[in-house]
Design a protein around this ligand. Structure first.
Ligand code: CP3
Length: 354
């Protein structure tokens, strides 16, 4: 009988003695083998669009750490690029885009052309699935419409997304049209990753925290609900993880409104509060502070113990609350994984002994 990856069982609601583990941005600049391939590719987007190289870096953290899941090496902004927007990455400065400023700009996005432009991503997914052991799952992903829209309108990263929020007030029809295009494009992008071999999908709403209460419901929960419902109808076996970063008090509302199967928690979520607010059946992922990856092994172990104790009796995927920093110490990643895999009683004894 083929073995079902542990993380898939967890995301379907089954608890286990030790949580499955993967690490947000696990293929990245803290790994020397990533840096070598990154240099070979030259440009970041070239790496994303070269299937052999993208597949190679996707598999690197699995080979090194034996994690429970691989996440396809790509970026949330390939969807903007796939829609025909100009996107590039300035070394050391992050993403840059030619900003959308009007309904005309939004209407000129090339929705039908996306599939062909992003075909190298789907090819990379199938190459990874072919090489990945059967007991490891492959995660596909997209950015949530709100987060991707902030990059498309601001022309890059921004602290407070004020131009995007202002655009939604000044051009409500154009903003709605952009969100609709992104919902539709995200659904197609996820379906094509699933067709190529992705078994789980995650929707990253990294900037959900800059929305008002009303905006959160309208631009975070609702568009994600449309995406999650479409994926459930198309591929009921593929769990959808939602990551509404910065949701704070909106988290319970998000879980009931967004139709996701599981929720990824950011670093600010208080686990006692989360437990009191969310049904015990909702699988939860994340929350560990990425800065722990620059601390020491005792602190990593204690943090893993606390989160595992708090999540006892619930389906739980161990992960960081945001991406691993490029300065991360590989020894801390190893400490994290060993604490994840230890029986809880042994971990408790170690945590109390120190
Ligand atoms: O987790 C993985 O290993 C898969 C790969 C992955 C990347 N980006 C690769 C990447 C994933 C899942 C993402 C998602 C992503 N991209 C998000 C959502 C998650 C989050 O962090 O909140 C966002 C907001 C982006 C947009 C983006 N891409 C930014 C802001 C940056 C620059 C920031 C930085 O760390 O430099 C990127 C570039 C990027 N995406 C890198 C990687 C490995 C670094 C680029 C490089 O190697 O030069």
């Amino acid at each position: 009988m083929p073995s079902v990856p542990k993380i898939l069982r967890t995301l379907r609601g089954v608890q286990s003695d030790t949580p499955p583990i993967w690490i947000m941005r696990q293929a990245g600049r803290y790994l020397p083998e990533y840096l070598a391939v990154r240099q070979q590719a030259g440009d970041f987007l070239t790496l994303c669009y070269t299937p052999d190289l993208a597949a190679e870096v996707t598999l690197q953290p699995i080979d090194r750490f034996d994690l429970d899941a691989a996440i396809i090496f790509s970026d949330i902004l390939v969807v903007s690029h796939g829609l025909g927007q100009k996107v590039w990455f300035e070394a050391g400065e992050g993403p840059r885009l030619e900003p959308l400023t009007s309904m005309e700009d939004i209407k000129s996005l090339d929705r039908p052309g996306m599939k062909d432009r992003l075909s190298p991503v789907y090819e990379a997914v199938s190459k990874v699935r072919a090489k990945l052991p059967e007991d490891k799952a492959l995660i596909g992903f997209c950015g949530a419409p709100w987060t991707v829209a902030t990059y498309m309108i601001e022309g890059g990263g921004s602290k407070d997304h004020v131009m995007t929020r202002a655009f939604a007030y000044r051009h409500p029809d154009a903003f709605s049209a952009l969100i609709d295009i992104l919902v539709d494009a995200s659904i197609e992008h996820l379906k094509l990753q699933i067709a190529a071999g992705a078994q789980i999908v995650q929707v990253f709403d990294s900037w959900a925290g800059s929305l008002t209460a009303e905006g959160f419901s309208r631009w975070c929960s609702e568009p994600i609900a449309r995406i999650a419902s479409a994926i459930r109808a198309h591929a009921p076996d593929v769990p959808v993880i939602g990551f509404p970063r910065g949701a704070g008090a909106h988290l319970p509302g998000f879980v009931s409104a967004s139709m996701v199967d599981a929720v990824a928690l950011d670093t600010s979520a208080d686990l006692d509060w989360v437990r009191s607010q969310l049904p015990a059946t909702v699988p939860m992922q994340g929350n560990l502070d990425p800065a722990l990856m620059l601390s020491d092994a005792d602190q990593v172990r204690d943090a893993v113990f606390k989160i595992r104790r708090a999540m006892r009796g619930r389906p739980h995927v161990l992960n960081l609350g945001h991406g691993i920093p490029k300065e991360a110490d590989i020894a801390m990643v190893e400490a994290l994984i060993s604490a994840a895999r230890m029986p809880l009683g042994d971990l408790m004894a170690l945590a109390h002994a120190s």
